[in-house]
Write a protein that binds this ligand. Sequence first.
Ligand code: PBG
Length: 338
Amino acid sequence: MATPIIAPFPATRLRRLRRTENLRALTAEVHLTAADLIWPIFVTEVDGAEGEIPSMPGVQRLTLDGARRAAQQAAELGIPAVCIFPHTAAELRTEGCERAWDENNIANRAIRAVKETVPDLAVMTDIALDPYNANGHDGFVVNGEILNDETVEALVRMALVQAECGADILGPSDMMDGRIGALRSAMETAGHKDVAILSYAAKFASSFYGPFRDAVGAAGRLVGDKKTYQINPANREEAIRCVARDLAEGADMVMVKPGMPYLDICRAVRDQFGAPTFAYQVSGEYAMIEGAIRAGWLKRDVVVESLLSFRRAGCDGVLTYFAPQVAEWLHRAGRGGA
Ligand code: PBG
């Protein structure tokens, strides 16, 4: 950190550089561009389930055709990646989670559809069993316990199929121990050496995921909570150890999740490891901001301000449901950034 030298007033008038739009642009310390965004999209295989998610106003569950259109929109707006989340049919959720590694599950069909539509758009996946699990957990549940090692084996199977379907970035969001190493070595062995891993490394057991669970149809299903595998929101040191461990096992990029309540973790991860660092502005953050805007309590500018906070905290990029809205706004604003 440079030591700030401040001449006494009036030699220093910090307002000089805030006087005009151009001076402010010239002295901005960080910028936000469409290239910093990953757009999470929900794809449903259930007839009639497409359309707006009530707890995430403005966010849609898409059909496969909708996913193709979203891919085109992302490409036009300069958003480099989409992240696909499946909304699965109730009868296909089982305790054995077999649908997770079926090449025709909706997530895998969506990966292929997006890659066919816009081959260079980076496709990120979600790796966890919850969309396919009868009880809503990210891992197998036996007698109330979430099994670690058996789950990791299933996650590897799931990831191999995603890679076959054309995934560019694997997104393990399950928080089992040992999954990054297992995924990395399976990819190397199977000839997918260039498939990248963006690890949900510092994923906290958060109530901010509520609207997401509505979106993927897991809300009423989750038995208990995820506290035996996701990080206690009180723990910063543990989060840093999780990131260190995942990088040591071969993660290419790491994520902090949720975002705004955990900016201290973002900054610490960036400073300590210097690896590509992302934050996930999760569903509950989206719901709070969008809800307040729609109620007339906040102005829409708050969206860009919220995303700049991640850049200031050292993040290279952000997963955000605001991605298309913000990218469009940035294009209209004409600076290619904020
Ligand atoms: C599940 C998963 C969750 C999210 C992404 N993947 C929810 C959870 O852990 O229960 C949350 C995303 C969001 O809230 O926007 N593996």
